[in-house]
Design a protein around this ligand. Structure first.
Ligand code: FAD
Ligand code: NAP
Length: 551
């Protein structure tokens, strides 16, 4: 286990709690562990009834990670990573949830966490230099720090379609899946949405349902996961050098996939045969490293089109009915929206019990939900179960659902009216002693998120130790640093194809949301910058050393 620095002698006076952590997913759990094990008082609030966050809520059939299990797991404690045995290349949701629960038990985290409770409001008191935090249970706390571990993909997006509340059967969102499951046997099922969640769920549900009708607005590129049982020998070999393995992955652009790295030439200029051979290899290898085989795919639209054409060719090969294949074939660039990883997705459309309906503006848009189904264009479709796999108000949704008020009573919603602005994705001007984990402006959703989370939590903890050792009461991002950082994020993203399509990375999936590219591509450079800033006495942050007295 990483050594906790001893608590310095000089520290701010005790307050009701030193830190309130909002959310008990992987970010909140690690925060609670670090804060509590360094002797600080911490209260964590979690809306759900247990730990796990994403993996607590997303219990839909087929849910699993698409970063290898050996990498999509905590690395802060070597005993933990040595003792836990993953069973598949990509762990299922139940297995990841069991892992989260194991971590909570092992580090005795639950005693710091209040479940079934939402943080509704948090107001900074400029006199006391503390936050007043209010929960939906009516509890009010005073805290020196508030740390938002509220998740980037935790506020579900249920489209505002007329008649939503009139459907007489079960109507479920993949991100709020019922804990006692949904019985599909012999049922007619409608599914709206073909992003990662829908694409994972559809093939599994189709195995038991009488009929599945998929309502697709935009066709997606998806790559086979090639999931398989984890070879015990391979697992043992990784564990034998887990530290070095983790370190190599941390130096990867997305903090994962080192062992799949191959020499990456430019696609443009390569012979068609050599290009095709490499693409075929990557397709058979499976998973999100598909786009890393060539250096220029995410930067050069012409290169990207070559890879997109390869996948389009695969769809035509796999799907028997050419009309359905055509409907499933995406236009535009591959990887511009979050690349999807699947098991048997395209082949599922060869089943007689699966129908694909185009609900784009060129097809039959959904106009309303009825008691018995859904109206799309001229057709009324009847169902027993209706599923929305329509995604999330990503990255900012859960932050803005809390009424956060900083200096002068200004809300985060006001500060971010034109889109999120942060320094390092960790701090916001006007919101002292408020940290975000994997916030907008950090690599976040473009990285292996458990590793990104650990990096943020470690940075925050180092910062708090530093503040105590220097006698600082308050830290706040300086406006010029925020402005420069936002310009930096836009500049880095602008050198990629990412900002060129309507993705949730840009907020384009939520009507009225400002279009700002939110995550920062490139994990290693970001980590280096964070370390440099910490080494330079947290340049870009401003401290106040006035130590207030407890009220
Ligand atoms: P979360 O797990 O989202 O936890 C946040 C918690 O905060 C939630 O439990 C929520 O209830 C709680 N909360 C929010 N607001 C409040 C409030 N106001 N009061 C109290 N509680 C609150 N990432 C990868 O890197 N690899 C993957 O393969 C991968 N697969 C994914 C699959 C799915 C289906 C989804 C939805 C996401 C996936 N992700 C993946 C992203 C995933 O969200 C992160 O990997 C990680 O689990 C995030 O952890 P977190 O603790 O930051 O947030
Ligand atoms: P998503 O990628 O945002 O996909 C939502 C889908 O719903 C899209 O197909 C979208 O169509 C459609 N949609 C939204 N509103 C609609 C409407 N009004 N009418 C018709 N269709 C509508 O959401 P997600 O699939 O839940 O995935 C979100 C993210 O979670 C992923 O990108 C990934 O980061 C993570 N995730 C990962 C995995 C994994 O494999 N590890 C699994 C699930 C989720 P448009 O494209 O036209 O907007």
């Amino acid at each position: 286990m990483k050594n906790e620095q001893d608590r310095p002698e000089k520290h701010v006076e005790a307050v009701v709690v030193e830190a309130v952590v909002v959310g008990a997913g992987f970010a909140g759990m690690y925060l609670v562990h670090r804060l509590a094990s360094s002797g600080r008082t911490v209260r964590c609030f979690e809306a759900g009834s247990d730990v796990g966050g994403t993996w607590y809520w997303n219990r839909y059939p087929g849910a699993r990670c698409d970063v290898d299990s050996m990498e999509y797991s905590y690395d802060f404690d070597d005993e933990l990573q040595q003792e836990w045995e993953w069973t598949e290349r990509y762990a299922t949701q139940p297995e990841i949830l069991r892992y989260a629960q194991h971590v909570a038990d092992r580090f005795d985290l639950r005693r710091h966490i209040t479940f079934h409770t939402r943080v509704e409001r948090s107001v900074f008191d400029e006199t006391l230099l503390r936050w007043t935090v209010t929960t939906d249970a009516g509890e009010v706390l005073t805290s020196r720090f508030v740390i938002m571990a509220t998740g980037c993909l935790s506020s579900t997006n249920l489209p505002d379609i007329e008649g939503l509340d009139t459907f007489s059967g079960p109507l479920v969102h993949t991100g709020r899946w019922p804990h006692d499951g949904v019985d599909f046997a012999g049922k007619r099922v409608g599914i709206v949405g073909t992003g990662s969640s829908g694409i994972q769920a559809i093939p599994v549900i189709a195995q038991t349902a009488a009929h599945v009708t998929v309502f697709q607005r935009t066709a997606q590129f998806t790559i086979p996961a090639q999931n398989c049982p984890l070879d015990p020998e391979e697992q043992a070999a990784i564990k034998a050098e887990y530290g070095a393995f983790r370190e190599r992955n941390r130096r990867m652009p997305g903090a994962f996939g080192d062992r799949y790295q191959r020499p990456a030439p430019n696609a443009v200029g390569l012979s068609p045969e050599a290009f095709h051979e490499e693409m075929e290899f990557l397709w058979q290898q499976g998973g999100p490293m598909f786009l890393s085989g060539f250096r220029d795919l995410m930067r050069n639209p012409a290169a990207n089109q070559l890879a997109a054409d390869f996948v389009r060719g695969k769809i035509a090969e796999i799907v028997h009915n050419p009309v359905v294949a055509d409907r499933l074939t995406p236009t535009g660039m591959i990887g511009c929206k979050r690349l999807v990883v699947d098991t048997d997705y395209y082949a599922t459309y060869n089943r007689p019990n699966v129908t694909l309906v185009d609900v784009s503006e060129h097809g039959q848009p959904i106009t309303r939900i009825t008691a018995t189904g859904l109206q799309a264009g001229e057709t009324h479709y009847e169902f027993d179960v209706l599923i929305f796999a329509t995604g999330f108000d990503a990255m900012t949704g859960s932050l803005l659902r809390v009424d956060l008020r900083g200096r002068g009573g200004e809300s985060l919603a006001e500060t971010w009216a034109a889109g999120p602005v942060t320094y390092l994705g960790l701090g916001v001007t006007g919101f002292p002693n408020l940290f975000m984990v994997t916030g907008p402006g950090s690599p976040s959703v473009l990285a292996n998120m458990i590793i990104a989370t650990e990096q943020h939590v470690d940075w925050i903890m180092d910062c708090i130790h530093y503040m105590d050792s220097e006698g600082h009461a308050v830290i706040e991002a300086e406006r010029h640093a925020v402005d420069d950082w936002v310009a930096h994020v836009n500049s880095v993203a602008g050198r990629t194809i990412f900002p060129s399509c309507s993705s949730w990375y840009l907020g384009a999936n939520i009507p009225g949301k400002p279009r700002v590219f939110m995550p920062l591509p490139g994990f290693p450079a970001y980590v280096d910058r964070c370390q440099q800033i910490a080494a330079n006495a947290y340049e870009g942050f401003r401290f106040e050393s006035l130590i207030p007295t407890a009220s």
